[in-house]
Design a protein around this ligand. Structure first.
Ligand SMILES: Cc1cc2nc3c(=O)[nH]c(=O)nc-3n(C[C@H](O)[C@H](O)[C@H](O)COP(=O)(O)OP(=O)(O)OC[C@H]3O[C@@H](n4cnc5c(N)ncnc54)[C@H](O)[C@@H]3O)c2cc1C
Length: 549
């Protein structure tokens, strides 16, 4: 770094799931100077670190960007909330802490269908493992121990999970012990990124242990405006820090890790994108790339919510006050129970129709009444099941509203624009209702608040999905990776922005296809793998799987 502090070997833009991994791995060699830029603040609030805090973060004004989609034509013309983390740790500081990798076939599709050499299941698995410290699967060839990202089961989950599993057993739906063994089908307890009752965000996992490195500079409240491209090379980045505009120079590379909503917008402001879009905003074209901001996909979901008189589940009510006190003490003394829980304690993956090669519906289960379209707990007791579509066909776009870095991008996921998506969602709701309607739940049965028993026909359930769907917060593909011949891809399989030297995108936006699971662990895997590429290291050897010769 220069004495004026404005010159680094590597600049990582965005301190979220991917950015924290890069900041750690790139600064491991003390001869590399690294600057991590984060638009949000440091992650000091207990709301981030105590798992139950998740319900306050879902629409928090400080820790969340609180984006909204444009009116969604096929979702009753509603604007749908798009929360994103705004602090060190990024979305991993406000997320539901579910540890999920997706299905092994998803990565085979990245390599084979999308032509992304080096990203097959056997090639990405070593990076999932390198990131992981799994407390449960300690001697398992598919899991890692000793990595920065702690993975654990909820300590003392709610008793209602037993009713769920009694029900799925009775319906002969398989039980799954490990959702991350490549296959997913069945129901079971989730694994989480929690350690000893604390959220294990990417910042906790990757930044906290290295914050004191003298070759790592972390600038918070630093909003990246644009990358400066000179003669086809990314040379520096313009930021707004403490109200002042500054330029920071990169000697080697700039890595954009601002996430699937902002990364395409940042590229566009830098003159990289669809020339027609750039022209609308008077931005000089540095590199025409039609795919920037295209292919946006997210996991859409709709809930079944039942209210009960029983206080077996988590919830807020007068009669539960003694129980809430016990939960508080259980957290203080044992780091267990409701306060140490992500609430979303169990899940299941099913196929909405026969013949699919992998599950296309995830049915989450929370022993609590959830608010409409969000993760907040509301007054009262009960249980909720969130039915979400893993491989949506609908696709949308991100574009810029104007050239102001503080303006929200224009987000149009085109939810439910493909009829197949609605059909699968309706099927998923029916299966979830069958599970929740089984005799196992008779002892606590209450009233279905949503959709409500009056909604029975496919038409009524379709309308319910249109009127109530929300996202489960997994936007991807807006700077998709792909081979040279794919003109709609933005980065190559080394995550280099096509046609520009010294610039990569490393975050959830580079996924070439949506994966059938939650996206935090895959994003961390992407950044782990990218760090080896950036440092010129050989990739970890592909994993040998049972059955491989
Ligand atoms: C509410 C919620 C719940 C979720 N639940 C789960 C879950 O349970 N399990 C799971 O696997 N996944 C979950 N996800 C998804 C997962 O957390 C994300 O896919 C993942 O964190 C994305 O990582 P990223 O690095 O791409 O982006 P992010 O982690 O979002 O990081 C982007 C960072 O860039 C910063 N930034 C933005 N603009 C600028 C700018 N102009 N200049 C500088 N910095 C900027 C942001 O503040 C942020 O810190 C959830 C997400 C949300 C929002």
């Amino acid at each position: 770094m220069n004495s004026d502090g404005s010159n680094f070997d590597f600049i990582v833009v965005g301190g979220g799931s991917a950015g924290c991994v890069l900041a750690n791995r790139l600064s491991q060699d003390p001869s590399n100077s690294v600057c991590l830029l984060e638009a949000g603040a440091s992650d000091w609030t207990p709301l981030i670190h105590i798992p139950l805090g998740v319900m306050f973060l879902i629409d928090h004004k400080k820790w969340n960007w609180n984006y909204k989609t444009e009116d969604q034509e096929n979702a009753s013309k509603r604007q749908i909330n798009i929360p994103r983390g705004r602090a060190l740790g990024g979305s991993s500081s406000i997320n539901g802490m579910v540890y999920a990798r997706g299905n092994w076939r998803d990565y085979e599709d990245w390599a084979n269908k999308a032509g992304c050499k080096g990203w097959s299941y056997r090639e990405v698995l070593p990076y999932f493992k390198r990131s992981e410290n799994n407390e449960k699967f300690t001697d398992d060839p598919l899991h890692g121990t000793g990595g920065p990202l702690n993975v654990s089961n909820i300590k003392r989950p709610n008793k209602m999970l037993q009713l769920l599993f009694e029900s799925t057993d009775a319906l002969q739906i398989p039980r799954r012990i490990d959702f991350n063994d490549g296959e997913q089908e069945g129901f079971g307890e989730r694994q989480t990124t929690i350690k000893n009752g604390r959220r294990w965000s990417a910042a906790k996992a990757y930044l906290d242990p290295v914050r004191k490195r003298s070759n790592l500079t972390i600038l918070t409240n630093a909003v990246a405006d644009k990358v400066v491209v000179e003669n086809g090379r990314a040379t520096s980045i313009v930021i707004i820090h403490k109200g002042q505009t500054k330029t920071i120079k990169a000697n080697r590379e700039i890595c954009i890790s601002t996430g699937a909503i902002v990364s395409p917008a940042l590229l566009m402001r830098s003159g990289i994108g669809d020339p027609k879009v750039l022209a609308q905003h008077g931005i000089e074209v540095k590199q025409p790339l039609a795919g920037v901001g295209k292919n946006l996909q997210d996991h859409i979901a709709a809930s079944i919510v039942t209210q009960t008189d029983s206080i077996m589940g988590y919830g807020i009510s007068f009669k539960a006050i003694p129980k809430l006190a016990v939960y508080g003490l259980d957290y203080i003394f044992n780091r267990a129970g409701m306060v140490a829980s992500n609430i979303n304690e169990a899940t299941g993956y099913i196929k909405s129709k026969p013949g699919l090669d992998r599950p296309d519906i995830q049915i989450g289960f929370a022993p609590a009444v959830r608010a409409r379209g969000g993760r907040k707990l509301v007054r009262g007791h009960g249980y909720s099941s969130n039915v979400s579509l893993m491989h949506p066909k609908s696709k949308g776009t991100i574009t810029i509203r104007d050239a102001d870095p503080m303006s929200s991008p224009v987000i149009n996921p085109n939810f439910l624009s493909e009829g197949e998506d609605l059909e699968a969602m309706v099927k998923g709701i029916k299966v979830a209702r069958q599970i929740l309607g089984s005799p196992a739940f008779d002892k606590i049965r209450g009233k279905e608040l949503r959709p409500g028993i009056s909604a029975q026909s496919d038409e009524e359930l379709t309308q319910y999905v249109r009127d109530n769907c929300a996202t489960v917060y997994h936007p991807v593909r807006t700077c998709a990776m792909g081979p040279a011949k794919n003109k709609m891809s933005v980065v190559d399989p080394e995550l280099k922005v096509k046609g520009i030297e010294g610039l990569r995108v490393v975050d959830a936006s580079i996924m070439p296809l949506q994966i059938g699971g939650n996206t935090n662990a895959p994003t961390i895997m992407i950044a782990e793998k990218a760090s080896d590429m950036i440092l010129g290291k050989a990739p970890l050897p592909p994993q040998v799987l049972p059955g491989d010769k």
